[in-house]
Design a protein around this ligand. Structure first.
Ligand code: FES
Length: 124
């Protein structure tokens, strides 16, 4: 499938790939149906996300959703980040094809999971 616009740009040129050393929180999620996986690591100071990095094992749109999510959450507070929806992630890519909206859902799940991990660690 040929992707266009912002979606294609993030697929070809993903931002913030990798993982943060000694992160504040880590989210590892997997879609049980397609088996795509995403890891998101966060550096949080106070209540603010300073940096986010991601790794994906999966489809091209999932790479794009991880990439754009890391840009969307950098500099946001935890409360702001928790309000990001899969539709907002999709919109930030110019709109995912309907069948690929679940790729954006995986990115949002990774974010929720990383924030939960940060809370479990005592928010430090
Ligand atoms: Fe399932 Fe991308 S195809 S998350």
């Amino acid at each position: 499938m040929m992707y266009q616009g912002l979606l294609a740009e993030h697929i070809q040129n993903p931002r913030n790939v990798g993982s943060i050393d000694r992160p504040s929180g880590v989210g590892n999620v997997r879609n049980p149906i397609c088996d795509d996986r995403m890891q998101l690591t966060l550096r949080i100071e106070g209540e603010k996300i300073i940096e986010a990095r991601f790794k994906v094992y999966g489809c091209a749109p999932t790479i794009a959703t991880g990439s754009v999510l890391t840009e969307m959450i950098a500099g946001r507070t935890i409360d702001e980040a928790l309000q990001i929806s899969r539709h907002q992630v999709s919109d930030a890519l110019g709109g995912l094809p309907g069948a690929r909206l679940h790729c954006a859902a995986l990115a949002v799940e990774a974010l929720d999971s990383a924030i939960l991990d940060w809370r479990r660690r005592g928010c430090s």
